[in-house]
Design a protein around this ligand. Structure first.
Ligand SMILES: Nc1ncnc2c1ncn2[C@@H]1O[C@H](COP(=O)(O)OP(=O)(O)O)[C@@H](O)[C@H]1O
Ligand SMILES: [Mg+2]
Length: 344
């Protein structure tokens, strides 16, 4: 197949997306596909769109091109009107499928998917509606509630709404304050009292105008992939120091990731059931990865469903797949086949 691995973009998770893109691209090449890396925002202005799949470039060369052209990306973001880079849509229209290696805003939020639907471009993963619902934690909380997906007590708050204490929201400290549409733990703050809460709101509102505030669950953290509504093995996440923040998510060796998690069959089943319930609630019928916390009594709390979870060789979903004998290139190829068959 001629496959575009679409990465980059303008979100706070741009760099993470380039890692995913690089890994997925080389995996799909190993499977014999004609696979090329394309930055959704940078595009290609050095070739005609019809020449794209004739390029014989190394992934390193493609990354050099992307890095060179994105040196002044902050400036470009200010002046550019169109999100899509030069020739991106034309190139994607000529592909058999686009592998979505994007993370964060405009990529994970359904807007790119909606554009692709209108242009007849096939892509991996969730459709525009499910992507949009899952991306916004305030929206997904409401849908989870209606579908009996267990969650921490919480609510949403908009910029301009007066709030001096978590108590005003009927929440007990400690609480977690997070941007509604964020990812990779960026903009997540914890507060133990009113003064920390005030700071947390101020800091989190720097990222977005809508926040989700939840009571902090004290216990263990897990994640569970759901592919075609079937749960993958559960993975436990244990940061060596502190919270599961950006550094602990991406710094090699900073977090122990244990798969299958060292927990009872009962708890495994409970977490997997929550993950599948969450995926069904948001109609994530291709694949996703659901984050789940448990407390001392082994009650489960769903945090979110990730529609485009990290896809480097050592990311959580690939580790879960490896635990059931699916290697990384096969996982990437499976996700393509599932997405193609669902969108016939
Ligand atoms: N209610 C909560 N209780 C305890 N920890 C939380 C809670 N919500 C978020 N966290 C911590 O913050 C991290 C990021 O939160 P999450 O909702 O998964 O957002 P994202 O991964 O999109 O940034 C989680 O992995 C978890 O470690
Ligand atoms: Mg998460």
């Amino acid at each position: 197949m001629n496959i575009v691995v679409l990465c980059g973009g303008t979100s706070t998770e741009r760099e993470v997306s380039l890692w995913t893109g690089e890994n997925v691209c080389s995996a799909l090449r190993l499977k014999g596909h004609n696979t090329l890396l394309l930055d959704v925002f940078i595009g290609r202005d050095d070739i005609k769109p019809e020449q794209f799949f004739e390029l014989k470039e190394s992934i390193e060369d493609e990354l050099v091109y992307i890095k060179e052209k994105s040196k002044d990306i902050e400036e470009q973001k200010k002046i550019r009107k169109c999100f899509f880079g030069n020739n991106v849509l034309e190139i994607c229209m000529s592909a058999d499928i686009v592998f979505m290696a994007l993370h964060g805003e405009n990529g994970e939020n359904g807007k790119v998917q909606a554009t692709f639907d209108l242009l007849g471009i096939k892509y991996t993963g969730a459709d525009y509606l499910s992507s949009a619902m899952a991306m916004n934690k305030a929206v997904s909380r409401k849908i989870f509630l209606a579908n009996n997906v267990p969650m921490a007590n919480g609510t949403s708050l908009y910029a301009g709404e007066e709030c001096l204490s978590a108590k005003d929201l009927n929440l007990n400290y400690p609480v977690v304050v997070k941007p509604s549409c964020g990812g990779s733990s960026i903009g997540v703050f914890f507060a133990n009292n009113d003064s920390e809460f005030k700071n947390a709101l101020k800091n989190a509102f720097e990222y977005e105008n809508e926040l989700v505030i939840e009571e902090k669950i004290m216990g263990r953290e897990f994640s569970c992939g759901v592919v075609k509504y079937e749960a993958y093995p559960v993975i436990e996440i244990i940061p060596k120091v502190g919270e599961y923040d950006f550094k602990n998510k991406y710094e090699a060796g900073a977090t122990d990731e244990i798969c299958p998690a060292n927990i009872s069959m009962e708890l495994t089943k409970k977490i997997q059931d929550v993950a599948v319930l969450a995926a069904k609630a948001l109609m994530l019928d291709t694949y996703c990865r659901v984050d789940v916390l448990t407390d001392a009594e082994e009650n489960c709390y769903c945090l979110e469903a990730n529609t485009l979870p990290g896809m480097t060789k050592t990311s959580l979903l690939p580790q879960e797949a490896a635990a059931i004998g699916i290697d990384f290139p096969s996982l990437c190829e499976n996700l393509i086949n599932i997405s193609l068959s669902d969108r016939k």
